[in-house]
Design a protein around this ligand. Structure first.
Ligand code: ATP
Length: 759
């Protein structure tokens, strides 16, 4: 509990009405850096404007969130001159590209045109030092998420960009990525795991193997306690179908997921969206505490409350991809005041500057109507007056009074918004340290932190290997996790119910139809065997289709943070399927005995083995289709076509397939599976033709004749030689291995870190 009005040493961070006329000295962050990142951060900023000692606000924990980041692991994030473009898919030039292709087909020479691109970030620069909280703000669609994903090395592959983020003046390597925590806008969590399990598995996978299990569980407990998740730690995360923890708790679990690794840089996309102001405040307070422990924190924030805004060190304000302001957060209102945009009394500063960035506020000093034009004109004029040195404008050459008058006079001319550039940021706040960090030509020595090269060379305990846990631990943890995440899925009572109901119905329809050694019983047995195989194979295939598409985003997230090796994930996931493969056995058992199939233990076991083998092959094909297209709807369409083709050439429905297309059956696992089941059923048996009847003892029944091999057997679509060794099993095992390997290749390709193109 902090009493409002008690935090006296924080006046510099608190805006008041004087904010708009005074130029308060900033520099806590700088002081914090000089102090090794240990800023004396208040838990809550009270403000001199509310001096009521009776009002108290609980802002959450006072406990230190995490241990400080060691000096040698601290990272300064710099992002000089970042620009980004996305393809404008349906722009007029795409139509030209299509026309070009048509013309090329017709042989005429068309004028080639490059596909149209839309610029979404325009020359954005900035830095975030250990100990600082940098907020990216701007209206929706202004480019905050895009910039943040670029900073975290997760720019989508559709993006073309120039410039790149630098961490202690080095590019971000895969290993160093493990020093960067990235909290996505959407909370990607396993819905069926509890809060504790979510964090426990993450800790076991992400924390270095040098830490003992006790230390890792202590870390989990610590994160749970300090993020206030004790009450819900045994509640499942939940989702659309199953209610679980609240939205705010989900967000805190996402943050905790990243905090576990004690990152040097934390990037958060809209961590406060959907939270009430007190919870949002608690979260940002926690972030400030984390920053104070030597971390650089960059966060996008949509619409912060004024209390929350006061917590921020730096602000980068974006509008349509352009930088409208970069500097100390507590100077933003003053800057816009200088430009003629006065924040009305009582209005939240954050709301006001967002209005300015949206073009919703007009400068009172100007005759021109468009506020955006005014800002752009200011920046262009200023850019001419203060040319860049080494790419950056020297703050020491600035004279704010002159700047102001220059800008006003320049603002008379109307300019197009497309010509805006990010000079405003340089006008306000690019101090010596910023320029040093951003200049890639400088030596890598920095007052805080060490270079990533040093991290690479550092002993294992300091930098860690590229993977947190050892391979065997990854396998073990991922296996347990896969089982737990599916506890409400395959083992559910609905599955048992389905197998039992369909099994009993099938058994009733085929009741003892397979009993006997006649052609009549063989015809019925064939139908039952084909149905048995198809039902289980179709079901397994369609269930498997959704496995990877539904986990795709999670896999991308976890792979991007270097949580595990893909092969460990895949082996564990496949192994976790095994217990569930036994579930269909109940169906096999019911229909086998109700349908009256061959009554020997060997025949039953072989039938079970052949059916499970076919089911596994079908499941693997389903996984492959799902992993290749990663889209459940497309996967269903593809599967329907493939499965129908395989079924038709399987040997039961169509007896004489045209020769030119008959080769398709050799690609069909249904064909091999059906043949295998027939061999199991008829091996060593003699069949009798009793003219459509099914006597129990055909050998002694008048009118029954033995069916010669190659005679009626061919008509019944039985294998020509049922005595032959069941080579179909070998082919099916071959398909199984091939499909499983191809699934791995598809996953590897699909979950590779997206790489934006560089201009
Ligand atoms: N992969 C992409 N393909 C096409 N357009 C994209 C892509 N990524 C981003 N954009 C476009 O870039 C602009 C910036 O998007 P971004 O998500 O970064 O904005 P934002 O400021 O984070 O918005 P919000 O606050 O609503 O999340 C938007 O106009 C968006 O449509």
């Amino acid at each position: 509990m902090v009493k409002l009005g008690e935090v006296g040493d924080d006046a510099a961070r608190v805006p008041s009405s004087a904010f708009f006329v005074e130029h308060a000295a900033p520099a806590e962050a700088a002081a914090g850096i000089a102090n090794g990142g240990h800023q004396a951060r208040p838990h809550m900023l009270a403000g001199d404007f509310l001096k009521d000692e009776h009002i108290t606000i609980d802002v959450g924990t006072h406990e230190q969130l995490m241990e400080d980041v060691p000096h040698e692991k601290r990272l300064t994030l710099g992002f000089p001159h970042i620009s980004a473009w996305v393809p404008d898919l349906f722009g007029p030039e795409e139509a030209n590209a299509f026309t070009n292709a048509l013309k090329r087909l017709k042989g005429s020479k068309a004028k080639e045109q490059k596909p149209k691109e839309r610029q979404i970030l325009c020359d954005i620069s900035g830095t975030c030092h250990p100990g600082e909280v940098l907020a990216l703000m701007g209206p929706s669609g202004s480019g905050k998420t895009t910039l943040l994903s670029i900073l975290g090395g997760r720019a989508p592959s559709a993006l073309t960009m120039t410039g790149q983020p630098m961490f202690n003046q080095q590019k971000l390597t895969k290993r160093a990525k493990r020093q960067v925590g990235f909290v996505l806008q959407d909370d990607l969590l396993y819905e069926t795991l509890t809060v504790y399990e979510t964090l426990y598995f993450a800790a076991m996978l992400r924390l270095p193997s040098a830490m003992s299990t006790e230390q890792k569980t202590q870390r989990v407990d610590h994160v749970i306690r300090t993020l206030g998740l004790d009450k819900c730690k045994d509640t499942i995360v939940g989702g659309f179908f199953q209610r679980g923890i609240s939205g705010g708790e989900r967000k805190r679990v996402s943050v905790g997921h990243e905090l576990l690794i004690n990152p040097s840089v934390i990037l958060l996309d809209e961590p406060t969206s959907g939270l009430d102001s007190t919870t949002a405040m608690n979260l940002v307070t926690s972030l400030c505490q984390l920053a104070a422990g030597g971390r650089a924190v960059v966060t996008t924030i949509h619409q912060p409350s004024s209390r929350l805004y006061q917590q921020l060190d730096k602000l980068l304000l974006l509008s349509e991809g352009h930088c409208m302001y970069y500097g100390r957060a507590n100077l933003a209102a003053h800057w816009f005041f200088t430009l003629g945009f006065t924040c009305p009394y009582g209005v939240n500063v954050a709301d006001f500057i967002l209005d300015v960035a949206s073009g919703a506020v007009t400068s009172s000093k100007l005759e021109v109507d468009a506020a955006a034009n005014h800002l752009i004109a200011c920046s262009e004029r200023y850019a001419k007056a203060y040319p860049k040195e080494d790419g950056y404008r020297r703050p020491e050459t600035l004279n704010e009074d002159k700047l102001g008058s220059d800008l006003w006079s320049a603002a008379r001319s109307r300019k197009s918004i497309a010509s805006a550039e990010s000079v405003l940021m340089a006008t306000v706040d690019l101090d010596e340290q910023d320029r040093r960090v951003m200049s890639s030509s400088e030596a890598s020595s920095s007052s805080e932190g060490c270079s990533i090269d040093e991290l690479k060379r550092a002993p294992k305990a300091a930098a860690g290997s590229r993977w947190g846990a050892s391979y065997s631990t990854q396998l073990h943890i991922l296996f347990i996790r896969a089982i737990k995440t599916r506890r409400f899925d395959s083992m559910s009572s609905q599955d048992f119910f389905q197998f039992i109901v369909v099994g009993v119905l099938t058994g009733l329809f085929w009741w003892q139809q397979g009993r006997g050694d006649t052609v009549y019983s063989a015809q019925n047995s064939n139908g039952l065997l084909f149905f048995e195989m198809l039902f289980l194979a179709f079901r397994a295939m369609f269930v498997a289709l959704f496995t990877f598409p539904s986990e795709y985003k999670m896999m991308l997230k976890e792979r991007a943070s270097g949580m595990y090796r893909l092969s460990a994930f895949y082996f564990a996931r496949s192994a976790s399927d095994l217990p569930f493969e036994a579930t269909p056995s109940i169906f096999i058992f019911i229909i086998y005995f109700m349908g009256g199939l061959r009554l020997t233990p060997a025949a039953f076991f072989c039938n079970w083995f052949a059916t499970v083998l076919v089911t596994l092959v079908a499941q693997s094909l389903g996984l492959l289709i799902g992993a290749t297209v990663m889209n459940a709807k497309t996967a269903q369409t593809v599967t329907a076509v493939i499965m129908l083709t395989m079924m038709l050439v399987g040997g039961f429905y169509v007896t004489s397939i045209p020769v030119w297309i008959a080769w398709l059956k050799y690609l069909s696992f249904v064909y091999y599976g059906y043949d295998l089941l027939l061999k199991v059923e008829y091996k060593g048996r003699t069949l009798w033709d009793c003219a459509g009847s099914n006597p129990s003892d055909p050998a002694n029944h008048p009118g029954c004749t033995v069916v010669p091999p190659g005679g009626l057997q061919a008509k019944l679509h039985l294998p020509e030689n049922t005595e032959q060794w069941p080579w179909e099993a070998v082919v099916l095992i071959g398909w199984l291995i091939f499909f499983r390997y191809m699934v791995y290749i598809a996953l590897r390709y699909k979950t590779a870190a997206p790489e934006a193109k560089h201009h």
